[in-house]
Design a protein around this ligand. Structure first.
Ligand code: GLN
Length: 285
């Protein structure tokens, strides 16, 4: 029988040839999933044989991955802000970049006790749940339109025991009436779709497996920023904050949008790669 060490070499080659960017890392994750061996176990037993059943299971996983299926969809779960989220086709995969928005949100909420928070275009619910778990005194409303994403959102709320998150299925672009019933929030956060429509086809093949609905920000990518800033400003308490995740190169445009809508104390925050990723502003008192 082939040893794990020898088999890993072959599998890494397979992934590399299929254009997978971090083949060794991804293989470790796939082995953990397919063979029940975490990374420490893989290191501890390099000469362990790979059984034919294991080889068969791994072949199926590798062929999915080599065909461009994102690793996270194969695993069915992914970590975000130290929490585990269930993911699969039809929902945007939580990204480490977005943790900068959670950081900013938590900072902006510091001055409020029992803050009411609204998360628009919630997707998997990663932002809403991360905020809720770090602020157990908060009430978080999470709004999502897609049926599939909404299913993941409700599952992720339960999976993380975030009983202070209330999922609502609604179209953010229709405005707050169907969403908030006149409620005012101390903080509104959103990672809306922000890729210009014309750039969708040129995205990495894994990203193209993610729902276009979570990515497509209309012609210039800015539709949701304009609409949310305009429609939801009055859903903030006076002195409340709006914080957006933005795409590369969009921070200037989004700051302008916030200015035009009368927001003050506008600032930006960077993500872990140093990109301007969060734009925030305050509704004046
Ligand atoms: N960050 C995602 C990407 O670049 C886009 C997510 C979004 O549109 N909100 O793939």
């Amino acid at each position: 029988m082939v040893t794990l060490r020898a088999q890993k070499k072959e599998w890494i080659q397979e992934l590399k040839q299929a254009g997978v960017f971090a083949p060794a890392f991804e293989l470790c994750e796939l082995i953990a999933f397919g063979m029940g061996l975490d990374r420490a176990a893989q290191l501890a037993e390099p000469d362990r044989p790979v059984t034919p059943e294991e080889a068969g299971r791994m072949a199926a996983l590798l062929s999915q991955r080599c065909a461009g299926q994102p690793l996270q969809y194969i695993l069915g779960r992914w970590e975000f802000y130290g929490l585990e989220f269930l993911v699969g086709e039809g929902v945007l995969i939580p990204r480490a970049d977005t943790e900068a928005l959670v950081d900013a949100g938590l900072r902006l909420c510091r001055g409020f006790s029992a803050p009411r928070i609204l998360d628009l275009c919630s997707g998997s619910g990663c932002i809403a749940v991360a905020l809720a778990k770090h602020r157990p005194d908060a009430q978080v409303t999470a709004v999502e339109l897609s049926d599939v994403a909404f299913e993941y959102l409700t599952q992720n709320v339960a999976h993380n025991g975030a009983s202070n998150v209330r999922p609502i299925r609604a179209d953010v672009l229709e405005g707050p009436d169907g969403v908030t019933a006149g409620e005012r929030f101390h903080l509104i956060v959103s990672n809306p779709p922000y890729i210009p429509s014309g750039e969708l086809a040129g995205l990495q093949r894994e990203v193209r497996r993610e729902p276009a609905m979570a990515l497509d920000g209309d012609k210039d990518g800015l539709l949701f920023y304009r609409e949310i800033a305009r429609l939801y400003r009055d859903s903030l308490t006076p002195g409340g904050w709006l914080a957006f995740e933005v795409g590369d190169g969009q921070s200037g445009d989004v700051q302008k949008i916030l200015m035009q809508q009368g927001f003050t104390e506008i600032s930006i925050a960077k993500d872990l790669e140093g990109f301007e990723r969060v734009v925030m502003g305050r509704r004046s008192e």
